[in-house]
Design a protein around this ligand. Structure first.
Ligand code: CA
Length: 210
């Protein structure tokens, strides 16, 4: 089940989207402004972001710029802005798609499916994870829905941050990841350059899952 973040300040639209996504078997979470969205992107690692541009505490375009510094999560702009200029700006800043309000829900769902398809082709483990929420590597199983990690069927009781690190490493299994990449994906783009906490977490994870 893919996680979709809806960033939208109009409650009726947000509720409509949430209902439509749930019917289509997506997990939907919502944020009503830029600040909330940034927090949820860091804590929930959504698979797709639906983004309104006119938000009460800032411009959605700036959110695209911030997110793109550290994440390749697909962003679909859902906006009432019709001007060609805004569309071009959003796409240039790294949005993957742009749909103008009012929109048909079927069209939006089709675009979400396309975004998820692209994710699958990007070479991460997302396809396997999206099938049933589980990633299996030998005796290690990561459950992305329950946010738990099992070794030989036993829950290894990770802390939240430890889980986030293992979940991220799992998604990029087989690839070399830098400390910067890990730190920014787990604690957000504004963390300090200190890797000490990450090292401590890694040591604890190694001890727990051997
Ligand atoms: Ca708005």
């Amino acid at each position: 089940m893919a996680n979709i973040l809806i960033v939208e300040d109009e409650k009726t639209i947000s509720n409509l989207l949430q209902a439509a996504l749930k019917v289509s078997h997506y997990n939907a979470v919502s944020a009503k402004n830029v600040a909330e969205a940034e927090t949820i992107i860091c804590s929930h690692c959504p698979d797709v972001i639906l983004l309104d541009l006119g938000l009460p505490d800032g411009d959605g375009l700036n959110l695209i710029r911030t997110v793109r510094k550290w994440s390749q999560v697909p962003i679909i702009v859902v906006s009432a802005r019709m001007q060609q200029g805004d569309k071009v700006k959003a796409l240039d800043m790294g949005a993957d798609d742009y749909i103008t309000k009012p929109f048909g829900i079927q069209e939006l769902l089709a675009r979400i499916r396309t975004a998820i398809r692209h994710l699958r082709n990007a070479g991460t483990q997302d396809e396997e994870i999206l099938r049933d929420g589980l990633l299996r590597m030998g005796s290690l199983v990561i459950d992305y829905n329950l946010r738990r990690v099992y070794v030989e069927g036993k829950d290894v009781q990770l802390t939240q941050n430890e889980y986030k690190i293992v979940a991220l490493l799992g998604k990029h299994a087989g690839k070399v990841l830098t400390y910067d990449f890990l730190r920014q994906n787990i604690w957000g783009p504004n963390t300090s350059g200190d890797n000490q906490i990450l090292r401590v977490n890694m040591a604890n994870i190694r001890r727990k899952i051997e």
